[in-house]
Design a protein around this ligand. Sequence first.
Ligand code: NAP
Length: 238
Amino acid sequence: MTQTRIALVSGANRGIGLEIVRQLAREGLMAVLGSRSLAKGKEAAASLASEGLEPAVVALDVLDAESIKSCIAQVMELFGRIDVLVNNAGILEEGFSPEDSSVFDVSTDRVMRTFETNTVGPLLLIQQVVPIMRKQGYGRIVNLSSGAGQLADMQGGFPAYRMSKTALNALTRITAAELGPGEIKINAMCPGWVKTAMGGPGATRPVDKGAETAVWLATLPEDGPSGGFFRDMKPIAW
Ligand code: NAP
């Protein structure tokens, strides 16, 4: 009998995270919808019911180490394993013009909050799930990064967000190096510019396209890559 894979997705009550849950559930994984607000998470899960999809819902605030621990404990109690972690939760607390978000004006509060959400949250989740994945002998970790964090094409504006995603990319590579080749794979990806609350109405991509590469990385075969950075299922520059 093939084991049903259990996939935890953070920040999954809307946007790309909810779409990742939808696509993973369609592929037959047991998706666990992590949501800062349990009520919003349940509402989001209910929106998938008409498609016959029934993800589990667990409260998860990536800014709160206790919430992270309790989320992992709940998933383990419910399913006894965690095969996939998708670090999707993220914030862009900056305005959409460079004047609103210049490196010369950004507050340390904003920088710290953005790092805590976009980088430290994923780190804490990785620290919780890797021992579980090691015991299972299987794991796939996907970090929702951004082209905004690419050093190869670094621009001005959005300094807190850009730095947090560059650091998330570093976290991806450090973790991959420490894991070495084997059963646990970790990769970063950029979803493109996606029509969500964060992407805004001018964004060029629908959410299903934005989620596609994350789902591919979450279900990589044994000979799949680790320690890479991808968009549209192809490697991109760091
Ligand atoms: P979104 O629509 O703004 O959704 C963000 C999600 O993150 C929401 O579910 C939000 O929950 C959750 N979140 C924020 N802070 C959280 C916390 N402390 N704990 C738990 N959940 C938290 O954004 P999106 O466009 O779907 O983005 C998803 C990911 O893709 C992010 O990491 C983003 O940086 C990345 N990305 C997006 C784009 C784009 O164009 N949209 C481009 C590149 C990368 P609440 O509802 O509780 O706030």
